[in-house]
Design a protein around this ligand. Structure first.
Ligand code: COA
Length: 197
């Protein structure tokens, strides 16, 4: 009984702290987020590659601990409303990354729209620049923990990506895709038992 009470108080305090962290970012318009919606909740202090970049966050989003958002000088990260981003998610956009409303991103996910160029074997890879294409993740997409999503990938609305998958090609709407490389194993549909009469 007493433990339940402590648990309730702890979770309430945690929520107050998370809302307060988000509020601080909202009070710094333009520095970290070009646009930030209302009622967001940050469980940790997000990290950014650079300040004054084009990162947009909708309403009622939650960001876990250790989230890293990195944007190039001319690119944008656009996150819709009601998006949940779990702990230690890394989003790196040189070309542009968009995540639709109600999507869920599991912990340790890496979304990167760019790769190092490496064609010249006689020069260090880190001196050869980048290549890439924008990434678009639709609405109500569920991305399992540990997933990698690479350059040019489009994930359609309502798709599910299984844990630890490596997504290098686009995935259609409402597909369930798993593995490395991620392949569609089925499509979401209501089972006969759950159809409302
Ligand atoms: C994909 C997932 C949602 C399961 O969906 P499901 O419809 O119940 O699928 P099933 O469990 O029936 O699996 C179907 C097949 O895909 C395989 N599979 C499921 N998840 C897989 C994964 N992540 N990687 C590789 N294969 C996977 C199963 O082994 C099974 O293979 P089989 O047909 O050869 O037996 C689940 O496995 C998963 O990855 N969940 C992510 C959980 C998570 O990361 N949460 C983070 C919090 S946001």
């Amino acid at each position: 009984m007493i433990y339940e009470l402590f648990a309730k108080i702890y979770s309430r305090l945690r929520l107050i702290k998370s809302n307060a962290i988000a509020l601080i970012y909202q009070m710094l318009p333009g520095i970290w987020f070009r646009k930030m919606g209302r009622n967001c909740c940050f469980y940790g202090v997000p990290r950014f590659g650079y300040a004054f970049r084009d990162i947009r966050l909708g309403d009622s989003c939650s960001l876990g601990v250790g989230v890293f958002l990195n944007t190039g000088a001319n690119s944008q990260i656009k996150i819709g409303s009601n998006v949940g981003i779990n702990d230690y998610v890394y989003i790196s956009a040189i070309y542009g990354i968009e995540i639709g409303d109600y999507s869920r991103i599991g912990e340790f996910v890496s979304i990167r729209d760019n790769d190092h160029r490496f064609s010249d074997p006689h020069r260090p890879i880190c001196s050869q620049g980048f290549t890439g294409k924008p990434i678009k993740i639709g609405s109500d997409v569920w991305i399992g923990r540990g997933v990698f999503i690479g350059k040019g990938v489009e994930i359609g609305d309502g798709a599910v990506i299984g844990a630890n998958s490596v997504v290098t090609k686009s995935i259609p709407s409402f597909a369930v895709a798993v593995g490395s490389p991620a392949k569609v194993i089925k499509y979401r549909q209501k089972s006969v038992e759950t159809v409302a009469i």
